[in-house]
Design a protein around this ligand. Structure first.
Ligand code: IVH
Length: 708
């Protein structure tokens, strides 16, 4: 959820039950309170996961979960397997059990050309004795097929497809997926059937897949080849806690024996699912009176493919009328009422001409294959990731090899495998160099061969990546400071460390090649404007290992300010919902480390002022006020007081201007005092400043000047 929802004042009481835990002594009352909380949580899950329209903020949601957890630990008999608190994973097992499917899970006949789809339609029409047949068209998701069985509205079984007759029991794992309701919702017009079997696809979004893989590479683990493998690997885990930490989603696309539940069409059945809390992709469904009209859906979706957040590999056409489906039946493993019309493949064969070794912002060295350019799905590909030395060795990939590469949407293409039969003997082994290609420092290699890194903190390649990341759109959003520019500024010694960005002047820039006066001015303005930023952006921009844009957002939601996060312990951070031990360790270590801590100070000293958008004005008592400090203060150093002001929501600038609200002058004040007086700016001495802080509700402990 990127935009926080505001707790709706007029939300009915049952959706924000306020439980006074201290007052609950009677088990009956506790049970009633737990029921109220669960009911509300189920509804909020449905709003969030199915409708994508939450009514309450994450924080308010967490509060409800915490209340329920507290109740359940006080009264253990209230804990039920379908409680929303149980969606976090149980104990690991030795192996996944097996489940027999009540009805076989079929696969789909695949078509690669429209003629095959027309043939399919012809057969349907002939067998059904119809002039035309109506079809529902859906994306063919590239994930893992699952079956969910609900008995009396409770999820009892979740299983993989397996061989179609018997699948693996993944119930406890699937219970950790937030989009899978442990209990169906009962909503007005349609009672919950006693038995309900639905099937669908569990998938991982592309951006989440990329983040997960990055994290795995950083940890020296083998990356997943594609989102499908990542989803399958996550679901087929022996330890449900691992599944619980993976970003998994579901789309349901078949209601089994829908006719027996009173539906006439597949379309109607799919539209009923969300009302029970079962997530379907109604947005991407089409219903067409005949195959001619339906065929177009394939082209439209193919064009949309790269823009969808999830992977699809074709379109599925299904006969809409359920009675017709029954009449057509199935042959061997495939239903005769459905067909998959696949997209062009995303793999291609080409030759590996060279390998370059890229240095990332944390120093990680990644081998990248330079290819003989090849087109995949309309895009020319000339580079592909080789991940790390251990992957190169495992796949036995050599210079000059003929290789298979895969491009999955906007994910960086990667090398799938080499084709050893195509070798002529001239191929050579690929090895990570012993010294950094950018700075010549000796490369450090982890014992398992999975992580090579440049240990030089001043490595220009690392700095270039840090600057580029810092300036990127999702971070500080400094337009015009891309990789090329960053490199140019570093080579000219204008940027030696990240905070030097804020020292750049128009004069510095115009002296460089390819810098006109206007673009220099524009860049300096952009850099200046970036100082006013939000806490999540700043946290993300710092490039803390493990902290992507989403995690930065979660951290900001749960801390008051940057200062609070900087001083928080690993344990404090780990208490935040959605933050695991790995992230908390990384964040705490980042702020403890002398070098990175200095980096943060230098950015704040340069005037960067991250404001936490998740905290209201009450927690930012100096919001909107601009201060200038001059002379010496007794309680604080200049840097300390500037940071204090920033933490309280105000701004401290170096020069007096028309915007300045207060000049705080200590002994030894210089020309700024005169300037302020000329401009009619209010001048405060230190004690008047302290008084102002206290008046605005700033905590006493903040004005002692200690513990900064
Ligand atoms: S319908 C009898 N609908 O494709 C109907 N399947 O090759 C069979 N799949 O294992 C399933 N998207 O994992 C259906 N919209 C969709 C689908 C879909 C992906 C997968 C499913 C199945 C495979 C069949």
């Amino acid at each position: 959820m990127s935009e926080p929802t505001v707790e709706k004042e007029n939300l009915p009481e049952e959706l924000k039950p306020d439980v006074d835990l201290n007052a609950l002594e009677d088990p009956e009352e506790a049970r009633a309170a737990a029921d109220r909380l669960r009911e509300a949580l189920r509804y909020h899950n449905y709003r969030y996961y199915v409708l994508d329209a939450p009514l309450i903020s994450d924080v308010a949601y967490d509060a409800l979960i915490q209340d329920l957890k507290a109740l359940e630990s006080e009264f253990p008999e209230l804990q039920t397997p379908d409680s929303p608190t149980q969606q976090v994973g149980e104990e690991p097992r030795d192996e996944l059990g097996l489940v027999e499917h009540p009805l076989p899970m079929l696969s789909l006949k695949a078509a690669y050309e429209s003629a095959e789809v027309h043939n399919f339609d012809e057969t349907c029409r002939r067998e059904l004795g119809q002039d035309s047949v109506r079809y529902v068209a859906e994306p063919k998701y590239d994930g893992l097929a699952v079956e969910l069985i609900y008995e009396d509205g409770r999820l009892t079984v979740a299983a993989t497809r397996g061989d179609g007759e018997t699948g693996e029991d993944i119930t406890t794992n699937v219970r950790t997926i937030k989009e899978v309701p442990p209990r169906l919702l009962e909503q007005g017009d349609r009672p919950i059937p006693e038995h309900l079997i639905v099937r669908g696809e569990i998938y991982m979004r592309r951006d989440e897949f990329r983040d997960l893989n990055q994290m795995r590479v950083d940890e020296g683990k083998r990356p997943f080849a594609n989102p499908r493998n990542a989803a399958a690997g996550s679901v087929r885990q022996l330890d449900p806690k691992v599944t619980a930490r993976r970003p998994l989603h579901i789309f349901l696309y078949v209601l089994v024996e829908a006719d027996e539940l009173g539906f006439e069409t597949h379309w109607d059945a799919l539209h009923a699912l969300p009302r029970w809390g079962l997530r379907t992709n109604l947005e991407r469904l089409g219903r067409y009176a005949d195959i001619e009209k339906a065929i177009d859906f394939h082209r439209t979706l193919a064009e949309l493919r790269d823009d969808l957040p999830y992977e699809i590999d074709g379109v599925v056409y299904k006969v809409d009328r359920l009675a017709f489906q029954t009449q057509l039946g199935s042959r061997s493993r495939d239903p005769r009422w459905a067909i998959a019309y696949k997209f062009e493949p995303r793999q291609a064969t080409t030759s590996l001409e060279d390998v370059v070794f890229q240095v990332g912002r944390t120093g990680t060295i990644t081998p990248v294959a330079i290819l003989e350019p090849v087109r995949i799905g309309g895009v020319e590909v000339s580079r592909a990731s080789l991940h790390n030395q251990s992957e190169i060795d495992r796949k036995d990939i050599r210079f000059g090899d003929t290789i298979v590469i895969e491009r999955a949407g906007d994910v960086i293409p990667h090398v799938v495998k080499a084709i050893p039969d195509a070798r002529d003997g001239s191929e050579e082994a690929i090895e990570i160099p012993a010294s950094c290609p950018a700075c010549d420092a000796e490369v450090l290699m982890s014992d398992d061969g999975k992580q090579a890194s440049c240990p030089n903190p001043n490595c220009p390649a690392q700095l270039r990546e840090s600057v580029t990341h810092y300036a990127s759109r999702g971070a500080m959003d400094i337009e015009g400071l891309g990789e090329k520019r960053a490199e140019q500024l570093i080579n000219a010694d204008l940027i030696v460390r990240l905070s030097d960005i804020y020292r750049l002047t128009v004069e510095d820039l115009v002296a460089l090649e390819r810098f006109a006066e206007t673009s220099a001015e524009k860049l300096v303005d952009e850099i200046e404007a970036s100082k006013e930023t939000t806490l999540p952006r700043f946290l993300y921009a710092l490039g803390i290992p493990e902290v992507g844009a989403h995690t930065a957002e979660v951290l900001a939601q749960h801390v008051d300010s940057l200062e609070a996060l900087r001083t928080a312990s690993k344990e404090d951070i780990e208490r935040i919902a959605g933050i695991g031990p790995q992230i908390s360790r990384s964040v705490a270590a980042f702020f403890r480390d002398e070098r990175t801590s200095e980096l943060v100070d230098s950015l704040l000293d340069a005037g960067v002022m991250p404001v936490n958008p998740y905290r209201d004005e009450a927690q930012r008592p100096l919001a909107g006020l601009i201060f200038v400090f001059t002379g010496t203060l007794g309680r604080w150093t200049r840097d300390e007081v500037k940071r204090l002001v920033a933490r309280l929501g105000g701004r401290a600038t170096s020069g007096v201007s028309g915007e300045t609200d207060y000049l705080v002058a200590g002994p030894g004040a210089g020309t700024k005092l005169e300037e302020a007086e000329d401009r009619g700016v209010v001048v405060l001495n230190e004690s008047a400043f302290v008084e102002l802080l206290l008046e605005r509700g700033v905590d006493e402990s903040d004005v002692t000047g200690l513990e900064m």
